[in-house]
Design a protein around this ligand. Structure first.
Ligand code: ZN
Length: 139
């Protein structure tokens, strides 16, 4: 089951330049930066009221973020939904005929297990499913 929007992902060319700008816009400091080598990104997180935002910068040219920036420039990149049981959601969407980039969850930033839906399956929207690593699965 999808519980809520967990965060919104924003692609940036350069975190060093982007963080102070977003800090001014949001009025709060970045609370965490984390490198995710499996995705070739460095992430930076902001907590704004009840909402969370993730900035993503590519660490090498083969990174999906580098390819995205090349095609579309910086800005809105993905929307992430918190789910109560990520394997169940992957199976459900697969059965519905959606194509997923990750059929088994992988480690993401900020203590999450994640899986992305293919943007072609989301009508151009890149959708991330995520589940807190130490959250208990519902029985
Ligand atoms: Zn994300």
């Amino acid at each position: 089951m999808i519980k809520k929007i967990e965060h919104i992902g924003i692609a940036v060319e350069d975190l060093k330049q982007a963080i102070p700008i977003y800090e001014k816009i949001f009025g709060v400091p970045c609370y965490k930066q984390e490198r995710v080598d499996s995705e070739s990104v460095i992430t930076a997180f902001f907590s704004v009221g009840d909402s969370k935002l993730e900035l993503l910068q590519a660490t090498d040219p083969s990174s999906p973020i580098a390819k995205f920036l090349e095609k579309r420039g910086g800005g809105f990149h993905h929307i992430a939904f918190e789910v109560d049981h990520i394997e169940t959601e992957i199976t459900r969407l697969e059965k519905e005929g959606f194509s997923l980039i990750h059929l088994t969850p992988k480690d993401g930033a900020d203590n999450k297990r994640i899986a992305f839906l293919h943007p072609k399956s989301g009508l151009g929207m890149l959708i991330e499913l995520c589940q807190e690593k130490n959250s208990k699965n519902p029985s």
